[in-house]
Design a protein around this ligand. Sequence first.
Ligand code: MTE
Length: 313
Amino acid sequence: MFIRKRRGWEIPESRVTPEHLVFGRRAALGGLALGGAMALANPAPAAEEAFNPGLRNMRYRPGRDVTAERNATTYNNYYEFGTDKGIYRAAERLPLRPWTVQVDGLVDRPREYAIDDLLQAMPIEERVYRLRCVEAWSMVVPWSGFPLKALLDAVGPQSGAKYVRFETAALRGVMPGLRQSWYPWPYVEGCTLEEAANDLSFMVVGAYGKKLLPQNGAPLRVHQPWKYGFKAGKSLVRITLTAERPKSFWEAIQPQEYGFWANINPEVSHPRWSQASERVLGTGERVPTQLFNGYGEFVADLYAGLQQERLWA
Ligand code: MTE
């Protein structure tokens, strides 16, 4: 069979951190009390009281320690602010309010959302997800956000809609990377409507119990944890449902290396390096990469019958 179905996280028991350490004791106890599906997230610190991180969804377990917040917020890819990993200071210049997100294309109810109206309208929850960059480093982050499906339901996809296109802000005044005119700005990513409607597809508005920081893609980014991190478009201003497959930023630059699907597969090397293992951000430990980043039981079915596609690049 072309697509192997794997159960659970398929990593040795010795690597699995006890749940109360990964999720926090309160959350683990809350999960029991609530029947295991959802648990109370740790309360946000006083300074962040305005932000509601949501209840933690216990369905998705990372099987690894959460990455130190400092690492996840100071080692970033955000080419609009520069090509090195230390763009977090430059990204502070991104003005996060007012911010609007246009949701349009083949939908019954196109709408331009003020970001705070969107946050009010969507069911916010917390999910601890893994992120595997195509460059072979990885991290585990407690993100807050809402299922992309909830937004799709709000706008009503039309029958001709097959794909979802995500567009990042392109603000010349504050994003020095945009001066590199050989890049095809704005940063665009995309997926099929079916992938977007999968429960794992998450729209991120916070991390570590706080509002999302600009370097991580504030005020709104997408995250599909079974795909390489470059699919996770940051600071989105427009989400469009289309009949045509959108051409993504990296695909436009280097189609041999970065394709539309970009599903994680340790057995398919990048043309210039192996994808068999990954470096854990913070500890530097090297661990085996997993098919679909370990999320195969939730997403492998999406690819039945698509063997002719370049699913792994
Ligand atoms: N989105 C935009 N707009 N610009 C980028 O350069 N980099 C991508 C993705 N989203 C990128 C982006 C890549 S390659 C990765 S691995 C992740 O963001 C990194 O997310 P992080 O910095 O929050 O870890």
